[in-house]
Design a protein around this ligand. Structure first.
Ligand SMILES: [Ca+2]
Length: 223
């Protein structure tokens, strides 16, 4: 309760950030924080549809504290347990992003892990929770957390990031749970997915060209 963000304070912080980073790029992920279409005040266990995303294998849980789990989201209210509920094979979600070829992008997301297996007994749950990130169906990263001894309510959120260069105008971004044993319900957590274009250092490039040109002109004059 003591760390609830005040809307006015949030607005001020946003203004301050805008002032500091006027060249920040717009995000191109739809519903990257899983707040759109989420059940108000509740949760959806075993969801096979997530607004903006395609659930291509298994299912996922769209969850929020304190109704479904004691852990709070990293970004807003709702987040995913990517393993879902009793789905054979674990959950896989993807979204196709508009990524002009040659543009560099920064993918960032919050990765956490459900420690609940220690408090509710399910036979097939592993203490280590893992997910894979795929770009155009190629593995771009794998992340794991060992939740052994972790208290209920501690999601262990870590902000991860991956830089990539777009090789096609559409990039398929996929998150795959690796906790996929049949009967598993406590998996990797995912929240706050964003992909932003990395601004090209155009100003630096022009400055460099200008300096090089100056040097060239000087050399010519001395001869
Ligand atoms: Ca969220």
């Amino acid at each position: 309760m003591k760390i609830l963000a005040h809307p006015a304070r949030t607005a001020l912080v946003s203004l301050a950030l805008c002032g500091l980073a006027p060249i920040a790029q717009a995000a191109i992920v739809t519903n990257g924080s899983f707040e759109i279409g989420a059940p108000v005040g509740g949760c959806t266990a075993g969801a096979t549809t997530v607004s903006g995303w395609t659930v291509s294998s298994g299912n996922v849980d769209i969850i929020a504290a304190p109704v479904c789990v004691p852990e709070a989201g990293a970004d807003g209210t709702y987040f995913l347990d990517l393993t879902g509920s009793f789905g054979a094979g674990g959950g896989v979600i993807f979204q196709d992003l508009a990524t002009p070829v040659g543009t560099q992008f920064n993918l960032s997301f919050y990765f956490g892990a459900n420690p609940g297996w220690q408090y509710l007994s399910f036979p097939n749950d592993s203490p280590v929770k893992s997910l894979q990130v795929l770009l155009n169906n190629t593995i771009a990263g794998q992340f794991s957390q060992d939740t052994t001894g972790r208290a209920a309510g501690n999601a262990g959120w870590i902000q991860e990031s991956i830089l990539f260069n777009a090789t096609s105008d559409t990039t398929r971004l996929t998150f795959r749970s690796l906790n996929s044993a049949n009967g598993t319900v406590f998996g990797p957590y995912l929240d706050g997915v964003s992909v932003t274009a990395v601004p090209e250092p155009a100003t630096l490039g022009l400055l460099g060209l200008g300096l090089a040109g100056l040097g060239f002109a000087r050399r010519r004059k001395t001869h």
